[in-house]
Design a protein around this ligand. Sequence first.
Ligand SMILES: Cc1cc2nc3c(=O)[nH]c(=O)nc-3n(C[C@H](O)[C@H](O)[C@H](O)COP(=O)(O)O)c2cc1C
Length: 199
Amino acid sequence: MKQNTIYTRRSIRKFQDKPVSREIIEAVIQAGSAAPSAKNRQPWKCIVLGNHSKEEFLSLMEKGIYREENECAMLPKSRSGLPDAKNTLRIMREAPVLIVIINTNGKSPFTALDTDERFTEICDTLSIGAFIENMLLQAQEFGLGTLWIANTCFAYEELTAYLAMQGQLIGAVALGYADECPERRPRKELGDIMEFMLQ
Ligand SMILES: Cc1cc2nc3c(=O)[nH]c(=O)nc-3n(C[C@H](O)[C@H](O)[C@H](O)COP(=O)(O)O)c2cc1C
């Protein structure tokens, strides 16, 4: 990996209307699978959505956001995130490729976990974070832009029913050729995120 790939990656929210080859999509997912995972469980699975399935997925996401706003909210404390979710939905519609990410060992976030299960889920979620970051960095090296998406949470039940999947819906990655060059977004200072305890 080029030294500056980590530092030049940006979340991309405008994509060119240009297809991405299957070969590139596969290489990006392959790079994801090189990530470390707790006990090497590799708890990840990707579903690449195109054409009709992408449209259906996104219309269900829209339905879920509408339900959260106007009917029965499953995430009432996250209501302030709905405008952002609508914006994410618009970006997902424009993105040429949508990769849905699943934790194959995970349970619905609406079911209770005991403490052992919670630690296991934390480890699997961290592993999937590494998987996704690897994909984003590989895509960056191929000259593609990405957006890591968690706003699928507002339509969790609608989307998991549509995918008829086992496991937990983690989110999605939008992939395509960037049509913008965003400035670096602010980061905390090193001194604010780091502490040495050397005694
Ligand atoms: C777990 C996670 C979930 C995210 N979900 C969304 C999302 O649903 N919609 C969106 O527009 N951006 C989403 N982002 C992108 C962040 O907003 C972005 O990474 C952050 O603002 C820093 O910008 P940068 O990626 O350009 O450095 C998500 C990022 C992460 C890591």
